[in-house]
Design a protein around this ligand. Structure first.
Ligand code: GTP
Ligand code: MG
Length: 437
């Protein structure tokens, strides 16, 4: 029976959430506290209490007012908490002042720090790691001279992450602004080089003329699961990694990189499908900025498919969160349909079309087939079936067309190759001189 010892050894960090409630956030206040709880849990932090104050203005020195800080002290002591997590971003002064009030080893962080921590722990690829490092450093910059800043740097340097769950041994190293700025530009440079190499691929895709669809939505809604189902059933087996599945897991922010796969429907219509990072409310601006290239996958899509976990009681708020994040990355004008996913858990009949949207489960083959139909109708609605006559010296065109479109008929005549093909409006424009009267 060593479990007891193991338990104490790995005892989770215990934290108290503090939040300010005002007219702007009262409607979504509970949802956001709930969200922070989940974020903390994802970092193996146990929430042992929460405290909120109804004030219209946050105290610039101590976040809460005087009396509330007193209550916080008592709560932290009685619940034996090691950490305080603020719902709003804190300044260096606020962190320092609250920590002083609490004394002892209790640390104060904000929700943004918790999110950065999760991202740091999840990042696997070189690009994702650098993107997180960049966001961390930028977050650190205005918070220099707090205990957090020192520790952050120490952790990042060691390749580790967690700065909400404190390790022991604080560094003596005093970081100055210039060192940090130099590190930031170094990371940016490294990242740019890597992204440049990667963007050659994405430019090639852009030029390919294939329609692009991106899964978007709240974290853990099932985007990667849908991606994998589409790869399994509709993969266009031309590229070497065409069948390669993506990582899906019941955890927040399982996906930090975007993946693009070529999909071929049963009627041979083709498009590019991408899976990308999930959203959460108030995603830190630094993170959004450093994940720009990853999020561009959504921004450059012709159609967005928002995956919604309809079994979650907060799914309406999650839809709003997704809408706000899409607006922040400049993708709110792109046409969008919804998959109300996890209908199996919600006890709703599926698959079921509701207007352009689908109630479904990614676990269900019929749902996947139904989604293929929905996509087919939506994505290719403006395609036109035409006959082209391509002179024999235009072999390149025929080659290109057969890569992007399904050649429905083909026959050789004296004047050239006559084909019947379905074209997108922009292709129709491009090939109009070859239209057969
Ligand atoms: N019951 C049920 N579970 C599902 C369904 N679709 C996905 N899941 C589960 O939901 C969890 C999250 O799935 P993912 O596909 O990783 O979610 P995601 O949206 O990619 O999440 P992030 O990458 O973290 O943003 C996994 O445990 C899946 O097995 C579904 O239709 N029904
Ligand atoms: Mg995912």
């Amino acid at each position: 029976m060593t479990t007891k010892i193991n338990e104490t050894k790995q005892a989770a960090v215990k934290a108290v959430i503090i939040a300010v409630e005002n007219q702007q956030n009262e409607e979504i206040f509970d949802y956001k506290i709930e969200e922070t709880k989940h974020l903390a849990e994802a970092n193996k932090i146990k929430i042992v209490g929460s405290l909120n104050q109804k004030i219209n203005r946050i105290n610039s020195a101590t976040y809460f007012g005087k009396g509330k800080i007193q209550q916080l002290k008592e709560l932290v002591a009685s619940s034996d908490a090691d950490l305080v997590i603020s719902q709003d971003d804190l300044t260096a002064t606020q962190i320092r002042n609250i920590e002083k009030e609490l004394s002892g080893d209790v640390h104060v962080v904000d929700r943004t720090a918790v999110i950065l921590d999760i991202f740091a722990a999840r990042a696997k690829t070189k690009i994702a790691k650098l993107q997180v490092r960049l966001a961390q450093k930028q977050y650190q910059l205005p918070r220099l001279h707090t205990s957090l800043a020192k520790e952050l740097d120490q952790q990042a340097g060691a390749g580790g992450a967690s700065f909400t769950s404190r390790g022991s041994g604080e560094t003596k190293l005093e970081l100055n602004r210039r060192t940090l700025e130099a590190q930031i530009s170094q990371i940016k440079k490294e990242l740019n080089d890597l992204l440049e190499a990667a963007s050659i691929q994405s430019k090639q895709r852009q030029r390919s003329g294939l329609r692009r669809v991106a899964f978007v939505g709240y974290t853990n809604a099932g985007k990667s699961s849908w991606m994998n189902q589409m790869i399994k059933h509709f993969s266009d087996k031309v590229a070497s990694n065409a069948d390669k599945q993506v990582f899906e897991k019941n955890m927040l922010f399982a996906t930090l990189d975007s993946t693009v796969r070529s999909i071929r429907l049963r009627n041979n219509r083709r498009f590019l499908l991408s899976d990308t990072v999930g959203f959460v409310s108030d995603l830190p601006h630094d993170l959004v900025a450093s994940f720009k290239s990853t999020l561009d996958e959504a921004k450059n899509a012709d159609l967005l498919v928002q995956i919604v976990d309809i079994s979650d009681p907060n799914y309406h708020a999650m839809i709003d969160t997704t809408k706000e994040t899409l607006a922040e990355i400049g993708a709110d004008q792109i046409p969008m349909i919804m998959i109300f996913n996890k209908a199996d858990l919600a006890g709703i009949e599926y698959p079921q079309q509701e207007g352009e949207n689908l109630i479904a489960s990614s676990f269900d083959e019929r749902s996947v087939e139904e989604f293929a139909k929905v996509i087919d109708q939506k994505l290719f609605a403006d395609f036109k079936k035409v006959r082209l006559l391509l002179p024999f010296d235009q072999g390149g065109l025929l080659n290109r067309l057969s890569k992007e479109n399904d050649i429905l008929e083909q026959r050789f005549t004296e004047a050239g190759t006559e084909i019947m093909v379905e074209l997108a409006p922009e292709q129709l424009q491009r090939y109009k001189s070859f239209l057969k009267a």
